[in-house]
Design a protein around this ligand. Structure first.
Ligand SMILES: [Zn+2]
Length: 162
């Protein structure tokens, strides 16, 4: 078992928060994700490799790394994660809501074809966020609400341009 040390001062590159966050492959700064999210989303045969507590997700759309732990020196590439990561290049489908498997395209359709303007409009039309369990289903462990809102904004600004 891992003791509850803050995960620091084991190596020379340690104690510099700047370095601590970076993806070991591309060097982009990662965002923290909960271990429970990583465990839930890696493929079954990788689950036992999810050790330690401090996981990050690489936000670089061109990088194949999804989750990594600098503390444990592990990384999980796209092919070890069960769902496409919406902000990674060539994600297919691009889910806006992972809990209810609603895609970005469905959200855009709801706006363009059905006149949805708010997240709750979209939820009613698409069924998004009906079985909300974002902490486990969303790759970043955050609520889909914000992602759906961003897609709506994007779709609305597109319809206004045409
Ligand atoms: Zn990366």
């Amino acid at each position: 078992m891992n003791t509850n040390s803050p995960g620091c001062c084991l190596g020379e590159s340690c104690c510099s928060t700047e370095q601590n966050d970076k993806c070991p492959v591309c060097g982009f700064t990662g965002q923290g994700v909960k271990k429970i999210t990583v465990e839930h989303l890696v493929t079954d045969d990788n689950r036992t490799m999810v050790n330690g507590t401090d996981y990050k997700i690489c936000m670089n759309e061109n990088c194949d790394v999804v989750y990594y732990s600098l503390e444990m020196d592990t990384k999980f590439l796209k092919d070890r994660v069960r769902v496409p990561i919406w902000f990674k290049k060539n994600a297919n489908p691009k889910y806006a809501c992972y809990c209810s498997k609603v895609t970005e395209e469905q959200v855009i359709n709801a706006v363009v074809k059905h006149g949805a303007k708010t997240v709750s409009d979209v939820n009613q039309i698409t069924g998004a966020m009906k079985n909300s369990n974002c902490r486990e289903n969303n790759p970043m462990g955050v609520c889909c609400h914000k992602i759906i809102q961003e897609v709506i904004n994007k779709a609305i600004s597109c319809t206004e341009m045409t």
